[in-house]
Structures are given as C-alpha cells and as structure tokens.
Ligand binder design. Structure first.
Ligand code: TXE
Length: 481
C-alpha cells in the first residue's frame, strides 16, 4: 500500500517510530494509503533541517527566491491533473472543483508570493530637527510552523508556506492527517524546482502528537494555523508562554443576508454555491441565510427547488455537484446536527439523509440540507456544522439583520445582497467580520487582508499582511551630525 512519507531536508523518509495511520478514500470508505504517524522526534529532525537551512535561505537574493517559487507554481500547473485527482480522492471533493479551484489556487499562491516579495518594501522615517534617520528592517523570523486543515488541503497549505518561504523563513509544516496526499506530492515538486534542502520540511501525523510537537517547540517562533476554533484556543494557550507570533484562522458561521432589492436571480444562483460548494466544508460558506420578510416565502420555494437539482455523487463523475464528506466521523458530526435541529423544533425543508451512491455505497455522502429555524440563537444557527447544511430565517429590518448576523461567537465573513449603496456602507461598517462580500461570494484578490474577528481567529494573512506576519520589524535609528 502507498506510504505517505515525511519530507525532511529534501528527502522522503519514514517516521522514526515506524508507526502509520490509515488514510481513507471518502468516496468509497476504503483505506488506500498509509500516513506517517510522526512524533516529536520527527519534528525535531525537521526543525534541525530547517534551522540549518535558514542562514543561507534568508540570505538568498529576492530574485533567486522568487524564481524558485515561480518554478514551483509552474510545476504544480504542469501536474494539475495528477494533483487534482489526488486531492479529490483524499478529500471527497468533486474532481471538477479540485481541477478548477484547489490546485490552480495552490499554484497561484506560490506565483503570487513569488511576485509579492519582489515588491515588498519597508518604511523610512526621517526625524527632521533631531538629525536622525529611522528605517525599518523586515527580517525573516527563522524557523516557522505552518499547520493546515483538510477542507482545502493544498490550497491552504500553500497559502501559508508560500509567504513564509518568500520572506526568507524556513518551515516545518504539517497538513491535516485526514488529507495528506497533495502535501506529500508537493515535496518532489519543491526538489525539482531547486528549493534548497531543509527550506520546507513536511511532517505528517496527528494533531496531538506531530502538530503538538510543532506548536510546543521552543525554537519555532511563529505559527500560522487554520483549523477548528478549539484547536486554535489550545495553540494560543500553548504558544503564549513562549511569546510566539500567531496567526489563527478558525471557524465561521457566516451570515448570508438577502434584501428584497437585490438582483434576485444572481443572488439565488450564488447562494446555492455559497451554501454547498465543497460539501459546505469551507470556512467562508454562508451557512446562516437571513432573508427580508417580504421575499422570504418566494426565496424558500426557489432555493429549495434549486437545491433539489444538485447532484450528489461520486467525485470523479463530471455531473457531480456535491461529493463525499471528508470522513466518517465528520459525516456523523454533521448528521448529529440534523438530529439537533429536529429536536429543537426546526423544520427540515429538504435533505438531511445520507445518500447511497451506486458503486460507492460505503462513501460518506449526505443530501444538501436546508433547515428553517425559528430562533436565531438555536444550536444549529450558532455552532459550526461545516457540512452541506444551511439554515433559513426571515428578518424584518436592517437593524434586525445586523443583530442576527452579529449574534454568534464567530466573525469570519459575511455576504450582503442589496442594490442600495447607502445600506451597503452602513452594514459593511456594522458587520462583525473580517470580510464583507456585497453581491458576490468567495471573490478573492490575493492582495487583500484575510482573517476573522471574535472566535474566528486573530491576525491577517494575504498580500503584504502575510509577509508582515512572517517577518519581524526592526527599527534602525541613525543619528547624523
Ligand atoms: O480540525 P483541527 P478538525 C472546523 C470544523 C470542523 C472542526 C474540527 O467545524 O468540524 O473544525 O475539525 C491540527 N497541535 N474546521 O478536527 O483538529 C490537525 O492535525 C497542533 C474549520 O479536523 O483543528 C490539522 O492539521 N496541531 C476549518 C489541523 O490542526 C493540531 C477547517 C486542523 O485540525 C493539534 C477545518 C494540536 N494539539 C475544520 N490538534 C477552517 N477554519 O477552515 C489538531 N491539530
């Protein structure tokens, strides 16, 4: 059986303890590979390699770093089909989605930061009258840790690694143990692109062992993490006494707020996508839909009709809109929320049941599920389900829409549908979220800041924000006569 090895100091290697985890194909429930179950010892090796590579890499010219990153990007493009296939098999997402979004975005991340580093500059402040000149040195931090989740595996893994290495750091990275395959394949691409040994080290394994060893390592000075809010909390607690720099992108329970004056057809089509793309397993999905009362019944009917047309099926079929959920435990978690909704007296308008896909009967398939709720504070409206499940609820006024939207512990993104510019401005200021999309969803310009407020995390990545995160600013003050 295929073994997913660590990539340390430019070499693939088995875990020191020779322990392995089963890796499942969510589309059929079969074990199809084994993952290195790395421990602290493997992380130590990865750290040593990264630490040894740091002096040379941080002194490598910006042009040379950039050229290697652009090469990595084009090699990912050259291997698009292979990577997309691997992503889809590992995660259960439709192959069409992995081909159109996940893998192209991973190469864009390397390309973008390969270019961005050539434009990254620092500030100078002349203190007129004091005869001093200050300038800011932005120096790489050293060895940094990057830990990513399973929903957008290579997309989010590269979103962290690319700015880290562009800025001159060396990296110990761990992808999710649920979806390690594309991170594994990335190692050979990095070697082929000429990335010096030790600049990127990829360690596989469980969060509480391999992940824990990264966050607890005293010399790994910064951690960029995307994943669950509970894990984020634990990382913050572990890292705080060591004063590590932290960027935490955590859960979301994002509102999709629909006013009667919106472009109805466009809103309807995009709302189906923002609810169910990637089986609803995107931290940016609009999982709470609030609709102005005057169009609530119309929306409910039209939305459910569109959702019924979605095809749940094998990820490798071109006709599939919704593939398999990532794992059996995750499917069970999502199902438990459908039960909670029923217990809470909410109304399941559509879906809620598992699907037996012919030929893939043991896969983790669930119908797209639409739930009408009667209390915005009910659990299905408050807790992150992270699956193909959305709630619907009407609102009467703009104030009430804001109150509902902000009435959760999360604050990652929000979507607003309206043609009223004044309302757009008023609400954009009031919504508690790191991102406000108006008349669109998941529209990303990689230069923009990305991150959440409240329990959705701390810090911003994206564009120069990411390069700032992965560098330390040092002021140099020169007195002249
Ligand atoms: O995430 P975890 P899980 C949400 C979603 C989901 C829930 C739990 O609601 O149902 O989180 O998902 C690593 N030290 N999101 O359990 O555990 C782990 O190995 C260091 C939202 O899969 O947070 C993996 O690489 N690392 C989210 C990564 O953390 C640790 C995307 C994320 O796993 C660790 C995914 C530890 N002690 C889930 N424990 C989003 N924001 O997009 C775990 N890890």
């Amino acid at each position: 059986m295929k073994k997913i090895l660590n990539y340390i100091n430019g070499q693939y290697a088995p875990p020191i303890a020779d322990r392995w985890l089963d890796n499942y194909n969510p589309s059929n429930g079969e074990i199809y590979s084994q993952i290195a179950a790395s421990t602290e010892e493997d992380v130590s090796l990865a750290y040593e390699a990264a630490s040894a590579a740091f002096p040379a890499w941080s002194n490598t010219s910006i042009d040379d770093r950039s050229a290697i990153m652009l090469k990595i990007a084009s090699l990912i493009d050259d291997n698009l089909e292979r990577f997309a296939m691997a992503e889809s098999m590992d995660n259960g997402k439709p192959l069409s989605l992995a081909t159109a979004i996940d893998i192209p975005r991973a190469s864009s991340n390397f390309r973008f930061f390969g270019h961005a580093i050539t434009q990254f500059s620092s500030e100078a402040h002349e203190s007129v009258g004091l005869n001093t000149m200050n300038f800011t040195l932005r120096q790489p931090i050293g060895v940094v840790g990057c830990i990513s989740p399973w929903n957008l595996p290579l997309y989010l893994f590269s979103w962290k690694i690319a700015p880290a290495i562009a800025a001159g750091n060396t990296v110990v990275a761990k992808p999710s143990e649920v979806t390690p395959m594309t991170a594994y394949l990335l190692g050979e691409i990095c070697t082929e692109a000429g990335l010096p040994d030790g600049v990127l080290n990829i360690v596989h394994g469980l969060g509480p062992s391999a992940g824990q060893a990264i966050i607890a390592h005293p010399n790994i000075k910064a951690i960029s993490f995307t994943g669950g809010t509970k894990t984020g909390e634990h990382i913050a607690r572990t890292a705080a006494p060591m004063f590590k720099k932290l960027s935490l992108e955590l859960g979301g329970k994002n509102p999709n707020i629909i006013f009667a004056d919106c472009d109805y057809e466009k809103m309807l089509a995009v709302s189906v996508k923002s609810s169910f793309t990637n089986q609803g397993q995107i931290c940016l999905c609009g999982s709470r839909i609030f609709v102005e009362k005057s169009i609530f019944d119309r929306f409910k009917t039209d939305f459910v009709a569109k959702v019924k047309e979605l095809n749940v099926g094998n990820p490798f079929e071109a006709s599939t809109d919704i593939g398999a959920l990532v794992s059996k435990p995750h499917l069970e978690k999502v199902q438990s929320y459908i039960k909670i909704a029923e217990d809470e007296g909410a109304k399941i308008l559509f879906g809620g049941k598992t699907v037996k896909v012919p030929g893939s009967e043991h896969g983790y398939y669930l119908e797209p599920t639409v739930i009408e709720v009667y209390d915005d504070q009910c659990r299905v409206n408050q807790e992150e389900i992270f699956g193909p499940v959305v709630t619907l609820m009407p609102f009467e006024t703009e104030e009430q829409a804001v109150q509902y939207a902000n009435g959760v512990m999360y604050g990652l993104s929000s979507t607003l549908w309206t043609s009223d510019l004044n309302r757009t401005m008023r609400m954009s200021k009031k919504l508690e979220a790191g991102i406000v999309w108006v008349n669109t969803w998941m529209n990303r310009d990689l230069r923009t800041p990305f991150g959440g407020v409240k329990n959705s995390g701390v810090g911003r990545e994206g564009g120069f924000e990411a390069l700032r995160f992965f560098t330390e600013a040092k002021n140099v003050c020169i007195k002249y006569e």
